[in-house]
Each structure stands twice: as C-alpha cells, then as structure tokens.
Design a protein around this ligand. Structure first.
Ligand code: GLY
Length: 371
C-alpha cells in the first residue's frame, strides 16, 4: 500500500513514494537513477542505529552497495564543520558527477546532505529518504537545502531538487511521541494555510493517526506532500505563493532563536505555536473571525501539542525582544517584514500590511499568561 505524489518541475520533476516498507524496496526504486551500482549515504547516529541495516539490505536486493557517513544527531550538525566533513568525505569516496547521494534522516540530514550534493562537483543528484514526519511532509520535498549561520537558521543554502523521495511511513513508528507531534505541526499547517477540508479531516482523524493508524498516516503524508508539490510547482524559487508554506514560521524562528534552537522547543512545536499566533494576529487585525484562532488552538490542545507561549518551558524575551528576533526572518524585503496572515482556516496570504502594535500586543498577552 504505497502512494506516489509527482512534483511537476519540467526536467527537475520527481516522484515522492509514500508508504511502509520502502526501505526494503529502496534498491528497486533507486536503481533506475544509477549509472553504477553504488551510492553514498549521509545519515545520523540515531537513524543509523535503527534503520541503516534495513536500507543496506534493501539496496543489496538490487546489488547496489553503499558507503556511509554517520553525523551527530541534532540541529548543531547543520553548520559549516559537519558540512565540510561531509563534502570532503564525498570527495574521498570519489563520488562522481553521475553518482547519487542519499540523504537518510530527518530535516537536518536532508538539508545538509542536499546542500552538499548541490555543491559537490557543481551539483550531483540526490535522493531523500526522510525518516521523521517533519521531513516527510516538508523538508524533503521542494529542494530547499542548506545549513544554519550564527546569524540565523537556513541562511546558507541552495535550491537543489532531489531526484526521488522515499517517505517510508513504517519508520514513523520509531519516533518518540514528541518528535511525531512536532512533525504533525507541519501537517496541520497545510490545512490551516490552504485546505479547510483537510483541517477538518485532521480534527476528525488526528488522534487516531498519532496513535499509529497506518492508513491515516499515509493519507496525511500524501495530502501534505500533494499540497506542497502543487505550491512548489507554481513557485519553485519562492517568488510568491511558496511563502505561504511559512505560515507560523516568522514567530517560530524567533522562538527557536530565543530558546537556543534545541530541545526546549522543537521546530514543529514552534510552527504550531507560530500558527496559533498568526491566527490570533489575523483575528485582531479584523482579517478572520475570533473563532478561527480558538479552533486552531483547540485542535492543537486536542492533539496534546504545545499551542501557546506559556507551553514553552523557561524564560522568554519580552515582546520587543521577540520582535527584534523576528526581524532576522528571510521574509524581510526592502527592510519590511512580510507576514503570512489568514482570512480564515484554509485561506492564508502574504502581506507586509500588519500593524506591529497588534503583533506586540498578541505577544505581550501570550507572555503575560506565564508570569
Ligand atoms: N519549508 C518551506 C518550504 O519548503 O518552502
């Protein structure tokens, strides 16, 4: 029971396979891309321990051998030192222009390995095998690759589309509940930004999906990937519509910076809180009804997810401090911050016309709950 979503980008088009057991079938699925039966796999410690043998055996089914590099797990890997190490390893492995790099892990590995592939010998092809829910529904699709800079997240990178994505939903069973729910923050984002029916479907099916129902997991990953594929096909380089995918992300990036980009707040948790804040700002700006942010928060709470600033452990900067961090956002254009706001659930749009006083007040109100 696997599904395919096609990303339509002319000569850079590719398929996303979604379903359980894809690691076991990886050799058959990757073989058509190869000119010689050898791939270079970039992974991390956690994924290697759990799944590398399955991948190796899956490749061997089609007589494909693999060499691999195991990077430390965690966001701090996504920086120059491990990037340099990876590129030098790929060169030492004599990965040629026509070879294929495999990014096998969550968002950190996918972004770093994809960026390494984009610069290696001026660009080699790569396959994404995302192992976290967040990577399966977001970061492995669409070709954004890169690493973090001391100045902020994802500030160094390139657009480089994968040649194939294998989203093995079977591996989601090895995620912690916290990691799974963080990835769900990106799933529910798709409903909020462009598809109220999907949001309703998630309200009805989210708890069973989180509890492990495989058919529901496949459906959620498929619908998320289909929405992302449609948006990326319209706007590959984020000149317009693609920015909608950043719903909640301006707040999220500020909160991640404030909490040190680590375990205190996972990216997907920040996305969920950021979406709730974006809906609150939208409602107070008269763009959508006050029921919309309430409904967003109700679903997040129903899923036992973080929904409010008060759900973040420890101290946070004050509202002005958070707003200063928001100004580091990549959506700054001509010195103006562009926000993703909503006219309702499923109807997001990009605008620079947001009153900073409303944003400040929403943050102040959220922060005051914790004191
Ligand atoms: N994660 C947002 C994008 O791929 O555009």
């Amino acid at each position: 029971m696997s599904e395919i979503v096609h990303v339509n980008l002319a000569e850079r088009s590719y398929d996303i396979h979604i379903g359980p057991g894809l690691l076991e079938r990886s050799g058959a699925l990757i073989a058509p891309l190869l000119e010689r039966p050898k791939v270079a796999v970039v992974t991390d410690e956690n994924v290697a321990e759990l799944h590398l043998t399955t991948l190796r055996n899956g490749l061997l089914e089609n007589n494909i051998t693999m060499s691999h590099i195991v990077l430390p797990a965690g966001e701090s890997t996504k920086a120059w030192p491990q990037f340099e190490r990876t590129v030098e390893w790929l060169l030492a492995e004599q990965i040629e222009r026509n070879d294929v790099v495999v990014a096998f892990g969550g968002g950190v590995i996918g972004d770093l390995a994809g960026f390494a592939a984009s610069v290696l010998r001026r660009g080699v092809r790569f396959v994404q095998i995302p192992t976290s829910l967040l990577a399966q529904v977001d970061s492995s699709v669409g070709g954004k690759t890169g690493i973090n800079a001391p100045q902020g997240k994802n500030l160094i990178g390139a657009f480089h589309q994968p040649s194939l994505v294998l989203a093995d939903t079977g591996v989601l069973g090895t995620l912690t509940e916290r990691d799974f729910l963080a990835g769900y923050g990106e799933v529910v984002k798709y409903g909020m930004l462009g598809d109220i029916e999907f949001f309703q479907w998630l309200e009805n099916n989210g708890p069973a999906l989180a509890a492990g129902d495989m058919a529901l997991r496949i459906e959620a990953v498929k619908r998320s990937c289909q929405m992302k594929a449609d948006i990326v096909a319209r706007d590959e380089l984020e000149k317009g519509d693609r920015a909608l995918l950043n719903l909640g992300h301006t707040f999220c990036h500020a909160l991640e910076a404030a909490t040190g980009f680590g375990d205190r707040l996972l990216h997907g948790e920040g996305v969920a809180i950021g979406c709730a804040l974006a809906f609150e700002v939208s409602a107070r700006s008269g763009l959508c009804s006050q029921e919309d942010p309430s409904r967003v928060r109700a679903h997040l709470i129903d899923m036992k997810m973080k929904a409010d600033l008060s759900d973040i452990a420890g101290e946070l900067p004050d509202a002005d401090g958070l707003m200063a961090l928001m100004l580091q956002d990549k959506k700054m254009m001509g010195g103006t911050l562009h926000y993703v706001m909503a006219r309702g659930i499923g109807d997001a749009f990009v605008t620079s016309d947001v009153d900073p006083n409303v944003v400040r007040q929403v943050l102040q109100d959220g922060l005051s709950v914790r004191r």
